[in-house]
Design a protein around this ligand. Structure first.
Ligand code: OGA
Ligand code: FE
Length: 297
């Protein structure tokens, strides 16, 4: 991975600041770091025992967006900053990188994002995902925290895809070669970054692949206006370990694997934004982009 320059000073309350950062927890510039305890929303079964579903777009007729609920559970979230090298895709299903600044700066125009930012994402994946020889980007989402933003940070623990929906994605986005590609190794990986880092609020938490059991993952019918996909909701169980990468910067990238058809490697990371009670008054609301990729090989 690209080297991640870490210079940090330890302060008594078990958190830390990077060089040059304020340790005044009330300053609007304060960046929360280190481990914390917080509450995350986990799946609970539909009362009627029906198969879980949700609509991607909020129904305009007032009917419910989903037929299942969530419960808040307290989890401890560890900070991977300072031990980035311990985690990698084939073991943990997530990995972090430091990169050059992006050619795209505005992130307001989809065409410009596709022209300027997509090639950087393809390059990062081809260079760093073991065995990757072909990458197909199929989607991106920009999230902003202000009221009325079309997409906000997600506060429900989930995995974006399942085995079934990954296969559907291969057929949808690489139709000509799908039969051949499905015989080899294929993965879906999200590449996540902030747009207004360092992240001070609503950071993204992600679960360790090996402490998340397959039985914790519940397939959910994911209803778009024109087609239906499948995601997974996440049940709480004691022992699921969560992480985040504190104060992520604009030149840092988090890869989150959503599915891998190879056995015996880290398969997928559950993830969700969470509330950090240490976010200082007056800090920036988090803005981010995630790009979704089919990765072959
Ligand atoms: C993702 C995701 C949520 C968020 O990148 O797949 O679920 O709050 N992101 O950024
Ligand atoms: Fe997601």
């Amino acid at each position: 991975m690209g080297s991640v320059g870490i210079e940090q000073t330890q302060v008594p309350n078990s958190t830390f600041q990077l060089k040059g950062e304020t340790s005044d927890t009330n300053s609007a510039d304060f960046v929360p770091r280190g481990p914390l305890k917080t509450k995350i929303n986990f799946f609970t079964d539909p009362a009627d025992g029906a198969k879980p579903w949700n609509y991607v777009e909020i129904p305009t007729d007032g009917s419910p967006q989903r037929n299942y609920s969530h419960e808040e559970r307290e989890v401890e979230i560890l900070d991977i900053r300072g031990r980035e090298q311990d985690f990698y895709l084939d073991k943990d299903a997530f990995q972090v990188f430091k990169v050059q600044d992006s050619a795209e700066e505005e992130f307001v125009d989809d065409e410009s994002i596709k022209q300027k930012y997509y090639p950087e994402v393809v390059d990062l994946l081809l260079k760093n995902v073991p065995g990757a020889y072909k990458v197909t980007l199929f989607d991106h989402t920009i999230r902003r925290s202000e009221k009325g933003a079309p997409r906000a940070p997600v506060t429900r623990c989930h995995v974006d895809q399942t085995a079934r929906s990954t296969e559907w994605r291969v057929r949808l986005h690489d139709p000509e070669q799908a039969e051949e590609l499905l015989k080899g190794r294929y993965r879906i990986i999200n590449v996540w970054r902030p747009l207004n880092g360092p992240v001070q609020a609503s950071p993204l938490g992600f679960g360790s692949a090996d402490t998340t059991m397959d039985k914790d993952l519940v397939p959910v019918e994911h209803r778009y206006p024109h087609r239906t996909g499948e995601t997974a909701a996440v049940r709480f169980h004691e022992g699921q370990q969560y992480y985040y990468w504190s104060g992520m910067q604009n030149d840092e990238r988090l890869m989150l694997k959503c599915f891998d058809n190879k056995d015996g490697v880290g398969q997928r990371v559950p993830h969700t934004a969470f509330v950090d009670s240490r976010s200082p008054p007056g800090c920036r609301g988090r803005e981010s982009i995630e790009v979704r990729a089919l990765v072959y090989g």
